[in-house]
Design a protein around this ligand. Sequence first.
Ligand SMILES: N[C@@H](CCC[C@H](N)C(=O)O)C(=O)O
Length: 292
Amino acid sequence: MRDITFAKGHGTRNDFVVFTDQAGMLDLEPVEVRFLCDRRGGVGADGLLRAVRGKHIAEWEGDPDVWFMDYRNADGSIAEMCGNGVRVFVRYLYESGLVNEREVTIGTRAGARHAVLLPDDRVRVGMGPVRLHEGLLGPTVPITVLDGALVERTWDAQPVDVGNPHAVAFTDDIGVLDLTRQPLWPAGEFPLGVNAEFVRVHNEGHVGMRVYERGVGETESCGTGTVAVAAASAARLGLEIGAEERRIRVDVPGGAVVVGLSRPESDGPLMATLTGPAQLVFRGKIVIPDLG
Ligand SMILES: N[C@@H](CCC[C@H](N)C(=O)O)C(=O)O
C-alpha cells in the first residue's frame, strides 16, 4: 500500500494525475499507474506525471537537480514526452511552491524543455526539434481506421518525431472516424507504437485534429500531436519556415492551442513552441492498495 498526495490537472482536457516524489522513492509499477488513471476505480486520467529530481532517473544526463517529468500513459507505459502534460507539470511545480520563477527548465526523456507561465492560464513551452521522416517501407505509412459506418479507410500518413512518435493523416472527414479502436499500420512500421492524428486543414494558419494516443486511446487533445500536425501541415502546404516564428492554431476536441514553428539556422532542424492552457482542478490523497 502506498499513499499518494496528488493534484489533478488538464491542458485542453488532456488530463493528468501529478504528484511529487522529490527523493525518487515512488517509481510506480504499471499496475499502480493503471489504478490511478482508472476513471471508475481510481482518480481517472489520460496519463500520470511524477515530479522527481533528475538525479533519480537513470537515463537523465543533465542537471541532477532539475525537476524531471516522469510521464506514464494510462496503460502504464512510458512515453518520452507529453506536450499538454509538460504545461500542467509546470503549473503544478509553480502552484506547489516547488519552483519560484515563472520561467522553468524541466527534464523529460526527450531532453530539457524550457517553459514560461504566462499571466493568464496559459503556458508556453519550447518543444525542441520536430522531424518529418519516412517510414521503413516508403515515404509515408498507411494508417487504417473505421469510419462511423464501420467501413475501413486508409490514409498515407506522414511520420513525425516530436521526441515521441506520430503519424499524421489528412482528411476532411475527421468527425466521422470511429477512434474507439486502435488504428492499424503495417508490421515493422512504428515498432514502439505511434500516436495517430487525423487532420483537417482550414487554412495555412488554422487546422483541426483528432488523435488516438499510444497507450491511452482517443483523447481530447495531445500537445505533441498538435506540434506534429502543425509541422506536417506546413510541409504539405509548402510553407516557408525561416528564423521568424510562424504560428498555427490547432483545434482539438478539448479546445485550441497555438504551435509556433521556426528554423533558427537555415541548415538546422525545425523547432517548435507550444502555447496553451494548463489548469489544476483539484488536489487529493489516495491509498494505492497492494495490487500485486
Ligand atoms: N498527451 C500527450 C502525449 C502523451 C504520450 C503519448 N501517448 C505517447 O505514448 O507518445 C501530449 O500532450 O503530448
